[in-house]
Write a protein of this length. Structure first.
Lengths: 407, 295
């Protein structure tokens, strides 16, 4: 009797061992990004057909909702096998310093990634001499997108400076087109645009200093940035609280609005909508600066399918996966040895800029500051959109910074 | 007799244990967290006394959300109860197809708040670039253009626009409560009133409404506690809204805990919400238990 029971148990456990799984946690649900993820899963399944991939996604731009779900799972001792996390402070401060991750330096050594990824990116995935995640892509946050048809129709030139921006916006407004598309439903979009205004007004060093304590938030250039941002908000669509970032981009696709500032995941959205008439320049006064963020995946401690995760991470860092994923996603590969000719025009230009521009970390996307600071920053800017009081807002920003860098 | 009691006790024991752990245990745990210095993903159990609460009442976003909750609760209660009562009186006049209308009015309650939120997000979307959509388009088509508004995208309206779907969803429920109450009033009372020559208005004013008082109280308690801790409807419909004009404490709690990693502050918000809801429920429970004992 006991023997029989043991046999049954053994058979059961074997079946479970064979029904091996890999759970990938991300917030890639919109057009472009979801397809990029599918490409990764396809490559993985080709090599490991016996592993069942669970695509655990939580919708919401910038991971606003996904991060909350992830935290409850990590704290509850039920980590997903691997999860999407922004390289930089979000990875290091939230998960590495607190002891939730396993280092994966061995993968970097075995695969020789140190030689094919640029220094700027290697720095933000490492801590204490170890590597903690594999970056799959680089995104650029400071891009101004415009509808070419509208610009051609009215004989306008895409703006490079704030002065030109306001001239163009005025002209568009006079023609009855919404000059600037904005969506603020998820609470982070306005802060994202303000980040590029800060870069435009303070330059690379000044902007980086804001997050390390070197630049004071009481600086007159911050005042200028707030005033400029308030002026830009006069040219947006009136229903922006009802729209998310992709719904704001829809205004560009539909030809109702002429410009928007968004990260280059917008390209993935435009491709997915089969929209070809978009053009791009850098956000006003952002010339020569690359506002970067990177999505990466790591290895949490205590996962159920460690071997599968390591295999997946190995694929993530491979040339094939980085090309397939980024073609769909609209971002550029973290590796610099990929075949550039595969990529469409926008990505080729971004790859060139990536090697010659000054790189600054994006704050709204977790690279420049800890999440607590980012949350408070986004709340203050969100309030500013409704009540553009420059003095009150700047004071609030100064006080928040004090709590975080102790100025 | 004694055996019966023991068996009865054994039957409810599992639920006592489960509720004890998963409801009261976690409430207690939240209380503990609200007094410590947990402000990172990694717990820090240094006792800080009331510091989290003091900071909370100096936080601009929390204060805005408390004000919004007060406005929301007031408008939601007044409108749901009065519309529910009105519908109940109309149906009580022995209309034709009563069952049909009753079902229609009650239906919205069967829908989840998330679905309601998503649908009304688009119905109340004002559109952009001079083009109307949703409710605004309806107003335009039937010649009521002056009623068009920015709804929840207008910071001066904000949370008040969220009251509309909430009332749409819950007033049918209030109607059902009132209708049940009206049907339980003995017909002799109506007949006696008619013999005395009372008008319809007088019948309702002096007989029906006073007898419905316990139902009104029950409705206010049920709707009140839904309203104080509302999250799903606001979350799916508007989020925090423009300049936090739609923000409620539960949304703030979610944001500060899971995005900002301020776990202790989030716990403090939960405890404040718990106290608010208890201020409503506890007196009602005491009242109900006492009247039951009297019987």
């Amino acid at each position: 009797m006991l023997k029989k029971l043991l046999t049954v148990l053994l058979v059961l456990s074997l079946t479970f061992a064979f029904a091996s799984k890999l759970e990938i946690f991300s917030w890639w649900t919109a057009g472009g990004e979801a397809e990029g993820l599918q490409e990764l899963i396809k490559i993985y399944n080709k090599l490991y057909p016996n592993v069942e991939v669970i695509n655990a996604t939580v919708a919401g731009g910038a991971g606003a909702q996904a991060k909350a779900v992830l935290k409850t799972r990590m704290l509850g001792g039920d980590p997903p096998d691997t999860f999407q996390v922004h390289a930089g402070h979000e990875l290091i401060d939230t998960w590495v310093k607190t002891g939730f991750m396993e280092p994966i330096t061995f993968l970097y050594k075995e695969e020789g990634w140190e030689r094919v990824m640029p220094k700027g990116i290697l720095e933000i995935v490492s801590y204490n001499g170890e590597y903690w995640s594999v970056p799959v892509n680089i995104h650029r946050a400071n891009v101004l997108w415009y509808n070419k048809k509208i610009f051609n129709q009215f004989g306008l030139k895409p703006p490079k400076t704030f002065d030109e921006f306001f001239q163009v916006a005025e002209a568009l407004k006079a023609k009855g087109v919404i000059p600037f598309a904005l969506g603020t439903k998820d609470g982070w979009e306005a802060a994202h645009i303000f980040e590029t205004v800060l870069i435009g007004k303070l330059g690379a060093e000044g902007y980086k200093g804001l997050w390390t304590g070197k630049t004071k938030w009481s600086d007159p250039r911050v005042t200028d940035a707030l005033e400029t941002f308030a002026k830009m908000l006069k040219y947006v669509n009136s229903d922006h609280p009802a729209r998310t970032w992709d719904e704001a981009c829809a205004l560009i696709v539909e030809g109702k609005a002429a410009m928007t500032i968004m990260g280059d995941w917008a390209v993935g959205y435009f491709y997915a909508k089969n929209f070809k008439d978009f053009g791009w320049v850098l956000a006003p006064n952002n010339e020569g600066i690359f506002d970067a963020l990177s999505d990466s995946f790591g290895l949490p401690k205590g996962v159920k399918n460690r071997e599968n995760v390591v295999a997946f991470l190995r694929i993530l860092g491979s040339k094939e996966a980085q090309e397939a994923f980024n073609l769909k996603k609209g971002s550029i590969p973290a590796r610099i040895d990929v075949n550039k000719d595969l990529f469409p025009e926008y990505q080729r230009s971004a790859m060139e800029d990536w090697q010659k521009h000054v790189i600054v970390p994006s704050v709204m996307h977790g690279a420049a500051a800890p999440e607590s600071w980012v949350t408070e920053f986004k709340d203050v800017i969100s309030l500013f959109v409704a009540r553009p009081d420059v003095k009150v807002t700047q004071n609030a920003l100064v006080n928040i910074a004090k709590a975080h860098v102790g100025q | 007799m004694k055996r019966d009691k023991l068996v009865a006790f054994l039957f409810i024991l599992p639920s006592i244990v489960l509720v004890g752990i998963f409801v009261y245990g976690f409430i207690g745990w939240t209380g503990v967290v609200s007094f410590v210095n947990w402000r990172d993903v990694f717990p820090d159990y240094t006792f800080v006394g009331f510091r989290n609460y003091i900071r909370l009442f100096g936080n601009y976003r929390f204060l805005i959300s408390m004000k919004n909750t007060a406005i929301f609760t007031f408008l939601f209660l007044v409108s749901s109860v009065s519309i529910g009562l009105l519908l109940a009186i109309l149906l009580d006049r022995k209309v034709r197809f009563e069952g049909f209308f009753r079902t229609i009015y009650l239906f919205p309650m069967a829908i989840s708040f998330v679905v309601t939120g998503v649908v009304w997000r688009w119905l109340l979307n004002p559109g952009t670039g001079g083009e109307s959509i949703g409710i605004n388009l309806l107003f335009e088509k039937i010649g009521l253009s002056f009623l068009k508004s920015g709804w929840y995208t207008d910071p001066n309206i904000g949370i008040k626009a969220v009251v509309i779907p909430a009332v749409w969803q819950m007033s049918g429920y209030v109607m059902a409560l009132y209708l049940a109450g009206m049907r339980s009033i003995p017909t002799e009372l109506y007949e006696a009133a008619q013999l005395d020559g009372a008008s319809v208005y007088q019948v309702y004013r002096y007989i029906v409404l006073p007898l419905l008082r316990p139902i009104t109280l029950g409705a206010v308690i049920i709707l009140g506690h839904i309203s104080l801790k509302i999250f799903d409807l606001v979350f799916s419909m508007t989020g925090s809204g423009i300049g936090f004009s739609c923000d409620v404490p539960a949304l703030f709690m979610y944001d500060t805990t899971f995005r900002g990693n301020y776990f202790s502050q989030g716990a403090a918000v939960s405890i404040v919400l718990l106290l608010l809801v208890s201020a409503l429920i506890v007196p009602y429970m005491v009242y109900t238990i006492r009247s039951e004992v009297r019987r």
